[in-house]
Design a protein around this ligand. Structure first.
Ligand code: ADP
Ligand code: ZN
Length: 653
């Protein structure tokens, strides 16, 4: 499904160098082998290891020894008399074999001499063989000790560097390639095959980007009249909305070389390479002009510079960014290189990047609406083997808030589920399962839950459901389940209204709903469990947001410590006094307590319904909207029909 899999990974040139490197590689192995075999052979022709006692009792006692040589005061070599060599107790030696025949090591020369003297007396020897002392440098071992590690280090180095290169896409067999950009190139040999047909929806963005293709194809048409062709286009949108896809489509349609690099690749691993990589990238692109450079995740380098007291040194990123700006200023307007960049955080980008003459065109992508989702389903359903009942419109209706990538994912997931079940085609149930899985994680059927735990979980989930049903501003409840999914033991599906702004009461109602799981446990069992961890985490975060950011608290007044510049996030300073910090903490606790009590009150009032729902959950594990309405009655609220661009989420577990 993913576009990335369709392309060849590495450009041609690098795979060539890779191969030649591979071909050379065996030499290293052969060399090592020769070393080890050589050593083995040398050793097997050398003297045999023996021990002092064998030496004393067999060789000395029988007066077989011709000569003793002590080498470097630590090793003794024994030469046997010629006529004794062939005796059976000395296996392996032929007549005339030159010594040394045996060897052993000693602690010190003195102790050796003492033992020799003692042996003479013990064995009643008339005399002991002469002992010579020599010093030898073991050239072979010394050289080996120096060279071998070097050989190994070099071998590892040669082996690792291309891997680093490959991971960056340079394929750089050359270890000195670090300064090269590592951009993946798609050109004549290696074309982007994505066309605008594969990009569904986003008509406005497509229109705008089609113009870029025109610039690249027929620049004269515009320059004739003196117009300047834009240098940079920045595509902004949430993850998975098709930014990369759009850029690839430009390359595919314009049929020009396309350099693809991720912002983070400029600033990995080594300091000081970012700027030279930028330079290298632009040089290559200009050589191939007209061409496109696509920088994904440009926020990795384009983050606003000079943030206050930040601990990390940003020099590297800054010099990379400066180089990028310099390159963009540097190339003339009509060089035929267009830089596309993508980010999901336009807000943190350095202003300098967005100035005219740089990334002066901005394309905004949004999450797809109903019609667009249908179109995206259309694209991704096409290659699948579907049963007749599948209807893109219905699927689009069931996936509010999903991004294009989510939809691609669902289609693939549904196909996998169908294949796993051995079906001949993919049916609607497979899609429902895929959607559930993507929203809430995998069903975990093997998780062992004791009956008592099941009861606690059922009341917990029923608690969330009951409270949300009776709160005016809570989200619309779709279903409740106590089937474990991922880490969560149970879940409630809501169809939240996507608000551009939240009122205080809406946020408060969400808070109460999130606390209702624990409140139900407390109310029914008189004891709480660890099952509310997720809820409490969310509640705490939300409570802090309400008080410290949104100014929803009377004592705090209309102040907000939200920090859109990211200045304080990187430092440990807080933009408020200790007294304020204490006040915030206290007010957060009060807010949570108040809403907890509120949830408990609601549950106490509707205890009957709570019990009914919990029982039903224990019986059938999943309770859908119809059953919920049977228990609680229809929810009489003002405007609960959700807009179709809201996201289906599992808000509470
Ligand atoms: P982004 O770069 O915005 O994070 P991508 O471009 O990588 O997102 O999108 C990931 C995948 O999602 C694409 O490869 C494509 O399969 C799918 N996709 C996203 N948006 C669309 C769309 N508008 N039409 C068709 N497929 C889409
Ligand atoms: Zn919960």
């Amino acid at each position: 499904m993913n576009e990335k899999n369709k392309e060849k990974k590495a450009p041609k040139k690098s795979s060539d160098t890779d191969n030649s490197f591979r071909r050379k590689m065996p030499w290293v192995y052969v060399l090592l082998l020769v070393f080890f075999v050589g050593q083995f052979v040398l050793n097997s022709f050398g003297p045999t290891e023996t021990t002092w006692s064998t030496f004393e009792e067999e060789m000395l006692a029988n007066e077989d020894v011709a000569k003793i040589v002590v080498i470097n005061k630590e090793e003794v070599e024994i030469y046997l008399k010629e006529d004794k060599i062939t005796e059976v107790k000395y296996p392996g030696w032929k007549t005339g074999a030159r010594g040394p025949h045996y060897t052993f090591t000693i602690g010190s020369v003195e102790s050796f001499e003492n033992r020799l003297q003692a042996a003479k007396e013990n064995q009643n020897l008339s005399q002991i063989p002469e002992v010579k002392y020599t010093n030898q440098t073991a050239w072979f071992t010394t050289i080996l000790a120096w060279i071998l590690p070097m050989v190994i280090i070099v071998a590892i180095w040669l082996y690792l560097i291309p891997m680093v290169g490959r991971s960056r896409g340079t394929g750089g067999a050359n270890p000195f390639d670090f300064g090269k950009s590592g951009a993946k190139l798609m050109d004549k040999h290696n074309k982007s095959k994505v066309t605008f047909d594969e990009v569904a929806g986003m008509e406005a963005a497509k229109l705008e980007i089609k113009e870029i293709v025109e610039f690249l194809k027929t620049p004269d048409k515009y320059t004739r009249l003196g117009a300047k062709i834009p240098k940079g286009v920045i595509i902004v949108g949430p993850p998975g909305t098709g930014k990369t896809l759009l850029a690839k489509a430009v390359a595919g349609e314009a049929q020009v070389p396309f350099f693809h690099i991720s912002g983070s690749e400029f600033v990995e691993m080594f300091v000081g390479v970012g700027a030279s990589r930028v330079r290298d990238l632009f040089k290559k692109a200009k050589l191939k002009a007209p061409s496109i450079i696509f920088i994904d995740e440009i926020d990795a380098i384009g983050r606003a510079r000079g943030n206050a007291a930040s601990f990390r040194s940003n020099d590297e990123r800054e010099s990379t960014l400066n180089q990028l700006l310099a390159e963009m200023d540097g190339f003339g307007t009509n060089t035929g290189v267009i830089v596309l960049a993508a980010t999901n955080r336009a807000d943190i980008l350095d202003r300098a990047l967005l100035r005219p003459g740089r990334f002066d065109r901005h394309i905004y992508l949004e999450l797809p609406d109903l019609v667009e989702r249908k179109a995206i389903f259309g694209v991704h359903l096409k290659p699948l083997k579907l049963s007749n009942e599948i209807d893109a419109e219905r699927l689009a209706g069931q996936t509010p808030g999903f991004s294009g990538a989510d939809i691609a994912n669902i289609c693939n997931e549904a196909a996998l589920i169908a294949a796993r079940k051995g079906q001949d085609n993919i049916d609607m149930r497979n899609f429902s399962e895929a959607i559930d899985r993507i929203v809430a994680g995998l069903e975990n059927k093997n998780k062992i839950v004791s009956p008592k735990e099941k009861e606690v979980i059922a009341y917990h989930e029923a608690g969330h459901a009951t409270v949300s049903w009776f709160l005016e501003h809570a989200d619309q409840l779709l279903k409740v389940s106590i089937v474990p999914r991922g880490k969560a033991l149970g879940s409630a599906w809501y169809l939240p209204e996507e608000h551009s702004i939240f009122t205080k009461s809406q946020m408060t109602d969400r808070l109460t709903t999130a606390l209702a799981g624990r409140a139900a446990e407390d109310l029914i069992f008189g004891e709480v469990s660890s099952g509310a961890l997720d809820d409490l985490e969310k509640v705490t975060k939300q409570a802090y947001t309400m008080i410290a950011f949104y100014g929803f608290n009377e004592k705090m007044g209309n102040t907000s410590f939200y920090d859109s510049t990211g200045m304080y996030a990187e430092s440990l300073q807080k933009p408020y006094s200790d007294a304020t910090a204490e006040l915030i903490d206290e007010e957060v606790r009060k807010l949570v307590e108040k809403n907890y009590a509120r949830a408990k009150t609601i549950l106490a009032q509707h205890r009957k319904e709570l019990k009914k729902l919990a029982d039903l959950l224990m019986e059938q594990e999943v309770v859908e909207k119809a059953d919920l309405e049977a228990i609680f009655g229809k929810r009489k609220l003002k405007n609960q029909e959700p807009r179709n661009d809201t996201k289906l989420t599992k808000l509470i577990s």
